[in-house]
Design a binder for this molecule. Sequence first.
Ligand SMILES: [Zn+2]
Ligand SMILES: [Zn+2]
Length: 210
Amino acid sequence: MTTAATVVAALATGWALWTLAEYLLHRFAMHMLHGRGIMSREHLEHHVTSGWSFDVTHLMSWAGMLLVGAVVWAPLGGVLVGPAAGVALAVGWAFGYFFYEYQHAASHLRAPRTRYQRLVRRHHFHHHFGAPMANHGVTAPFWDHVFGTHQRPERVRVPRRLALPWLVDADGEVRPAFADDYVLVGAADPDARLLQLDRVRAFASAAPAD
Ligand SMILES: [Zn+2]
Ligand SMILES: [Zn+2]
């Protein structure tokens, strides 16, 4: 018989499996493929401008991750533990995935409101602007500690031309609330050569130049 505790454990396991997938996909399927395949290409395009906007390719990702839950985790959990645990495993996985999608988009678009959101942004924007081959976890820095890719600089260096909209005030300077965590570097108005270099460096999984 499947108990409530088993279902809760399966939900948590599904979520944890997602955080591991989030790390592995981001590191190996996105950054180490250097633009080969749609997943890598879309992600490295995201690094070129560090912007976030909805795109139809998101629907493919959403459908793909739900499919993995339905055809891998639900049957596997069903065989190993029982049907209810299988469904819970898939639901935990899907929840983790959509939590990631939300936190990632929100990080780019909105200022942090909680300690957790502040930590997620600091971790992720050092990945964008300081070390694209570090800090692969987005919602959970845990796996970066496990695999030795965790970096935490004193302050995250952000090229002015790539500054997040919430980070800067009307004069283009870091808002006082975020001055302990971020410092702006470089010029605000890049020339064509620098924009081209941003693309080349993003696809090489290298940090943008100052
Ligand atoms: Zn990002
Ligand atoms: Zn990345």
